[in-house]
Design a protein around this ligand. Sequence first.
Ligand code: HEM
Ligand code: HEM
Length: 238
Amino acid sequence: MLSAQDMQEAAAHGRSVKAIYVYEAPVRLWHWVNALAITILAITGYFIGSPLPSMPGEASQHFAMGYIRFAHFAAGYVLLVGFLGRIYWAFVGNQHARQLFKLPIFNPRWWREVLFELRWYLFLEPDPKKYVGHNPLAQLSMFFMVTLTMVFMICTGFALYGEGAQDGSWAHTVFTSWVIPLFGQSQDVHTWHHLGMWVMVLFVMLHVYAAVREDIMSRQSMVSTMLSGWRLFKDDKP
Ligand code: HEM
Ligand code: HEM
């Protein structure tokens, strides 16, 4: 198993490096469970905000919105527990497990590479660079559109959930008690929670596009890296 430092050393001694173990099993498991939870949350959340037209027949024979809300809350719990586990792994896992939570904002080189990646994505650079972990632009967008947005969605989501679970429930004590007053009233929390969904949907569209595009156009593996954990390099150049 080679770390980023091992790879630099190997490259410095003229040895070519073909594969590096980057994403440990808990990170990969979290990625896919989380992707599934967010997909369910976005679809069911959309229907909570814009319910289906009323259905024919006896009202007591339908529980459509009940099932939709149940799926939303169950996926909400999965999101919360997964995120807490992911935070734990940022402490005990390898350096790449911390990339979601820590931006090297005082490193001018990192900012130059953010701009480089932006130019590469816009087809303004002819050759891509190699990265062991996330590229700096991916890291920047993940920090804002996943890490921070997810904290926001968990706080606002459980604040709304605590309203239903009522005073005395853990969700009410931990979230509803301060989140609803902070926004003013329940409807404002609904609106912001709804807006947060579109931030995440936007991220997922850009992210899946970038993952597939980079798999084809970059000099390294992408999708298989999130499955096996190994980053494979397509050439020996630095
Ligand atoms: C709801 C959907 C998704 C969300 C919210 C999401 C979010 C994320 C996050 C947060 C990471 C960083 C993982 C970490 O460091 O712990 C990541 C990495 C990654 N995701 Fe996703 N993902 C989603 C769906 C997908 C899908 C469908 C694919 C495959 C096409 C994909 C491919 C990847 C790849 C390849 C990486 C690693 C990028 C790299 O090599 O640096 N993701 N994703
Ligand atoms: C990626 C994360 C999430 C997305 C995309 C999402 C999306 C949505 C959307 C679009 C709505 C409708 C808002 C409206 O227009 O009124 C909603 C409502 C709601 N969400 Fe989420 N949500 C997420 C996470 C959570 C979490 C973690 C919880 C916690 C259990 C949660 C609980 C709720 C509740 C209680 C409602 C209101 C249900 C109702 O009034 O019937 N959400 N969500």
